[in-house]
Write a protein that binds this ligand. Structure first.
Ligand SMILES: [Zn+2]
Length: 443
């Protein structure tokens, strides 16, 4: 091969770089972006991208593939879930290890998920997860960091299933995150508020009461407490799947000097597109997830505060229609929604180009993948999305194994045409080619 002949050339597209669009050609060799230039070179394969945007491969740092909840297992495994993800432009996902309560349980949790990851079409990593942790967390943090997993997720609720992390451990973790290159990720809902919300011991388990059973105040007050810890201790705290505009506003108003430094915010498309009114519908169970969909007011406030949100993840965790509709009582319905395939188009339809960083550079930087991922630069992985910003389409159940999408029937503008992982097409002009994902050690 002559020096000047590149393996793949993506020509004439509008390349997203440094927050703007530039007319550049991208050349990829051995899976890496070798040149980004307005020059034209010979290539073994050339794709004319005129009229299209070329974006860095998307990163979803919050997915649950093959999640076993006892009676039900989420319907997408690493094979079909990452196929749907690739249709949505994702080239990297981060899933979660099963919760551990002691450091000695880490290796097994890692092995289990690493075995599943081998079926992935796109690159992948994991977050370590803790339940009702019983020891000082430093040995676990050391093991996790050594494995290339610089993030530990905890729950402030679910005491009934022994997954609630106590406040002492949270403070220790936040302190560790200051000393080490660690990110502490929180599922933030106040456990006491959830357990005691219904008076007289009269738990209402109806779907129409579901949001009320895990109310907005549970998120807002728990977030206020944890933000205070992050501000006092320093370190790096990341709030997953934030649902309420009031929570984001609180962080912006009171903790602005800690944002992007000690505090990071993730939200998900479902909290922008759907509200708790869905729980009043005949098939409201299809929309059950935790934390729940919120009021119109919180939804509106969340939309207003998009600029304060660092990352859009999906919390992708779909279940089949018949599984969601099997029981009437919200406590036994499997909770979770699918979203990978449409996440970017959903948010692009609402916000346009200003949403791109929340799927690329921001998650890459916060989760230790930058500059290998999240940016179109010479030396970065050849992960590229060919995107048509003008093409409209109607959402259907798509390529997920799940037989419905919570966004069914919504019209979106902006569609992924092709997805390239390390120089190889996984999706080419809407056709699934497939790929072989690799575990990404994060730093
Ligand atoms: Zn989740």
């Amino acid at each position: 091969m002559r020096d000047s002949v590149h393996e793949l050339g993506l020509l004439n597209g509008s390349v997203y770089k440094d927050g703007g669009l530039k007319k550049l050609n991208i050349y990829i060799d051995n899976g890496i972006i070798s040149k980004l230039t307005d020059q034209v070179y010979d290539c073994e394969k050339v794709v004319d991208c005129a009229g299209k945007m070329l974006l860095p491969g998307f990163i979803d740092p919050h997915v649950h593939l093959n999640l076993n909840l006892g009676e039900f297992t989420s319907s997408d495994d690493f094979s079909n879930g990452t196929k749907a993800a690739a249709y949505g432009g994702f080239t990297t996902i981060i899933d979660f290890l099963n919760p551990v309560n002691r450091a000695e349980e880490f290796e097994r949790a890692l092995e289990e998920k690493m075995a599943e990851g081998r079926g992935s079409n796109i690159d992948y990593s994991f977050h370590t997860t803790i339940g009702n942790y019983k020891e000082h967390p430093e040995p676990l943090a050391e093991k996790s960091l050594y494995a290339g997993i610089p993030s530990i997720k905890l729950f402030t609720t679910y005491s009934e299933s022994d997954r609630k992390c106590n406040d002492g451990i949270i403070v220790e973790l936040v302190r560790l995150s200051k000393e080490k290159n660690l990110l502490v990720m929180c599922h933030t809902e106040n456990d006491g508020v959830i357990l005691n919300h219904f008076k007289d011991g009269d738990r209402a388990d109806g779907i129409e009461n579901y949001e009320e059973s895990r109310p907005e105040i549970a998120e807002i007050c728990e977030m206020a407490k944890l933000a205070e810890i992050a501000e006092l201790e320093g370190g790096r705290l990341y709030f997953v799947h934030v649902t309420c505009g009031s929570s984001v506003k609180l962080l912006k108003d009171k903790y602005s000097s800690s944002l992007n430094k000690h505090i990071f915010i993730e939200s998900c498309p479902q909290y922008f597109y759907l509200t708790k009114d869905k729980y009043m519908e005949k098939e409201g169970a299809l929309y059950l997830l935790a934390p729940p969909l919120r009021s119109n007011y919180e939804n509106g406030l969340l939309k207003e505060h998009i600029d304060t949100i660092n990352v859009i993840g999906t919390d992708h965790c779909p279940f089949m229609r018949n599984e969601k509709l099997k029981y009437d009582d919200s406590s036994t319905i499997p909770k979770g929604l699918g979203g990978l395939e449409y996440s970017f188009s959903l948010m692009y339809t609402l916000y346009g180009n200003c949403i791109i960083d929340k799927f690329t550079e921001n998650p890459a930087k916060i989760h230790g993948l930058f500059p290998k991922k999240g940016v179109l630069s010479e030396g970065s992985d050849g992960d590229v999305v060919i995107f048509d910003p003008y093409k409209s389409f109607i959402v259907d159940s798509g390529h997920s194994k799940c037989d419905y999408s919570p966004y069914d029937g919504i019209k979106l503008t902006g569609q992924v045409i092709s997805t390239i992982l390390r120089g190889k097409f996984i999706i080419e002009d809407g056709k699934f080619i497939g790929g072989q994902g690799e575990f990404q050690r994060r730093v």
